[in-house]
Structures are given as structure tokens and as C-alpha cells.
Design a protein around this ligand. Structure first.
Ligand code: CP
Length: 344
């Protein structure tokens, strides 16, 4: 894997292989010394043109656990605020010697432009572009679902037959788009629930069913209920009358949460608007995977950086996706003595 720009580009086998490598990375997190030497002498740049808490710090933690050097770049406080272009910024990073660029950008397609530009010879990882995609978020969501369902026997599995309901601001959500492509590739069925004003044009061409009625959909007993953040910062018009009405019609209120199956997962990518799209009781419940999603994000981002930078052959070209998982497992096992030495 050279770049990760979209979950739409991933086959089932590639997605399963990334999650299997992430299982190996999660095993490393349980060890006394949580560092692998796999990306020593590599430089990872976190290039964030939009705000982030979870994605930026988990990419930083992931790169550091793989022994890469990490440079954090935020557009605020940089020469971008003086008008510097993406091209000049990329060429500056190339001159510094970046091996991977993790980019979050307000414009849909910016990571693909960077990857195809020739401005920089680095792996490009999309950390969220406009309303387009957020592939590592979808991978960590799928990984979280797989782990909750299958625990220690998750390796090699897809999400065949899992029923996922995604609720809320689909229109502005790159998380929803990446999840729709990935979860359906992995065999899950996806149902979207939203007010008509928060559904994008062309939704009829997505591999999903659509409903406007949350109570009817939840009565079907989904395995997973994924609540989306209302993205007020991207709303330049009134998409629903009031926050109270939105919560009443499309929020996971205490009452709706009480009606869920006891083993239904409650997911949210964060940051959450508590009391708007999700109640505090639902968010803090044992059914909630919100903090698992954050922890699993480090394992998934370790896997993605490892696969992009470890010099392995392209999985799609060679058909050896599972060889990557085995290779990462070997690297993790072999590193244990030296990692302990480093820790002293
Ligand atoms: N889920 C997510 O992308 O969160 P951040 O915006 O905090 O990175």
C-alpha cells in the first residue's frame, strides 16, 4: 500500500489485512515496552489544515510507537496563514525529507492532489478531507465492531451479516461516506437515518437503504448504532428547525437508548455534541464504544503507517495481503528483546 486516500479503493482482503496487522499492533500496546523499531529513520509529518484532537494525537502516538520521527504541522501559526500554497508547503516538507504525510484538509480531494502531484515523494494518508472521506476513522470503526463481536478470534474475519445504522448529518460527514464504502465491502448491511435536508444528492446510488424515521429503524434491532456529529461549522443554512427538535426526532435520547438491544453497540466518532445527537447516558454506557474507538485508532494508524512505509510490495498487485499481517507479527515478535533493551 503506497497511499491511503479512500476506503472505496480497498478490497475486502486489503481491509481485513489492515485490521489483522492492527491486531498485531494492539498486542504490542499490551506489552511492557510499547515500541517497535519498524519505522526507525522514517519521518512522518502530520499536516493538519483543520482542527483535530483524536486523529492528530493518535497518528502521532502511532508513528512514535513505530519509532518514526514525527513533525506536527498545524496550518494555524504556519506560513499557510500568510497565503502559502499546498504546493509550496508540500515542497518544503519534501526538502525536510518527509517519508509520509498525514493530511487533513478542508477541501475534498486535497490528499489525492498531493499524492498525484509529484511535489513530494511520500506516502500520503488521508486524515479527513472536506466532506469526502476519513478512511482511518472507518477502518478503526470496522476494527472496533469486529473486536466487540469476535474478541480474540477476530483475525481474518469480515463483517458479513452485521447490521449497522448510521444516524444524523450524513450530508457533511466524511466519516459516513468512508464507513458506507468500507462496511459494505466487508459484508455489513448499512441503513442511513437522517432528516431529508441532511442527506446528499445521489444517495440513491449508495449501497445503503435510507430512512427518515429513527424509531422504526431502531425497532429492527441493529447490531450497531453509529451516531454522527452535527457539523455546525459546515452549515451555512438552517437544516432543521431547532436543536431540541433534532434531538427529539434523530437523537439517541435516554428513552431510545433504553429500547436498544442490550448487546447493540453505540458508536460515535467524536467529538460529541452531548444532549444533541447523543445523550450522556448512552455515550457513557457499557454499550458505548467511544473510548475503544479512540484506543483502536492508534492500532489502525500503526498498521496503516507500517504498511505504507515498511517497503512491502503492493497488496493489490501481489495478492499477498495476509503476508503483510504475518510480516508485521514477525517484526513485533523479533523486536521484543531489543525493545526491552531500549526501555532500560
Ligand atoms: N473522529 C475525528 O476525526 O476526531 P478529531 O476531529 O478530533 O480528529
Amino acid at each position: 500500500m503506497r497511499h491511503l486516500l479512500s476506503t472505496r479503493d480497498l478490497t475486502r482482503d486489503e481491509a481485513v489485512a489492515i485490521m489483522d496487522v492492527a491486531e498485531d499492533m494492539a498486542d504490542v500496546a499490551d506489552r511492557e515496552v510499547r515500541k517497535l523499531p519498524a519505522l526507525r529513520n522514517k519521518t512522518v509529518v502530520n499536516l493538519f489544515f483543520e482542527d483535530s484532537t483524536r486523529t492528530r494525537i493518535s497518528f502521532e502516538a502511532a508513528a512514535k510507537r513505530l519509532s518514526a520521527d514525527v513533525i506536527n504541522f498545524s496550518a494555524k501559526g504556519s506560513s499557510v496563514s500568510k497565503g502559502e500554497s499546498l504546493k509550496d508547503t508540500a515542497q518544503t516538507l519534501a526538502a525536510i525529507g518527509a517519508d509520509a504525510v498525514v493530511i487533513r484538509h478542508g477541501s475534498s480531494g486535497a490528499p489525492r492532489v498531493l499524492a498525484g502531484s509529484g511535489w513530494i515523494d511520500a506516502a500520503v494518508i488521508n486524515a479527513g478531507d472536506g466532506t469526502h472521506e476519513h478512511p482511518t476513522q472507518a477502518l478503526l470503526d470496522a476494527f472496533t465492531i469486529r473486536r466487540r463481536l469476535h474478541g480474540g478470534a477476530a483475525r481474518g474475519r469480515d463483517l458479513d451479516g452485521v447490521r449497522v445504522v448510521i444516524v444524523g448529518d450524513i450530508l457533511h460527514s466524511r466519516v459516513a461516506r468512508s464507513n458506507v464504502w468500507l462496511l459494505t465491502t466487508l459484508g455489513a448491511t448499512v441503513e442511513l437515518v437522517a432528516p431529508a435536508t441532511l442527506l446528499p444528492i445521489g444517495i440513491e446510488n449508495w449501497p445503503v437503504t435510507v430512512s427518515y424515521d429513527l424509531d422504526t429503524t431502531l425497532a429492527g434491532g441493529p447490531d450497531v448504532v453509529m451516531m454522527l456529529r452535527i457539523q455546525s461549522e459546515r452549515m451555512h443554512a438552517a437544516f432543521f428547525p431547532t436543536a431540541r427538535e433534532y434531538s427529539r426526532e434523530w437523537g439517541l435520547t435516554d428513552e431510545r437508548f433504553s429500547g436498544l438491544r442490550a448487546d447493540s453497540m453505540v458508536m460515535h466518532p467524536g467529538p460529541m455534541n452531548r444532549g444533541l445527537e447523543i445523550s450522556a447516558r448512552a455515550a457513557d454506557s457499557a454499550q458505548s464504544t467511544v473510548l475503544d474507538q479512540v484506543a483502536n485508532g492508534v492500532s489502525i494508524r500503526m498498521a496503516v503507517l507500517y504498511l505504507a512505509l515498511s517497503g512491502e510490495q503492493d497488496t493489490a498487485a501481489t495478492g499477498t495481503a495476509h503476508a503483510h499481517a504475518a510480516s508485521a507479527r514477525t517484526a513485533a515478535a523479533q523486536s521484543e528483546p531489543s525493545a526491552h533493551t531500549e526501555g532500560r
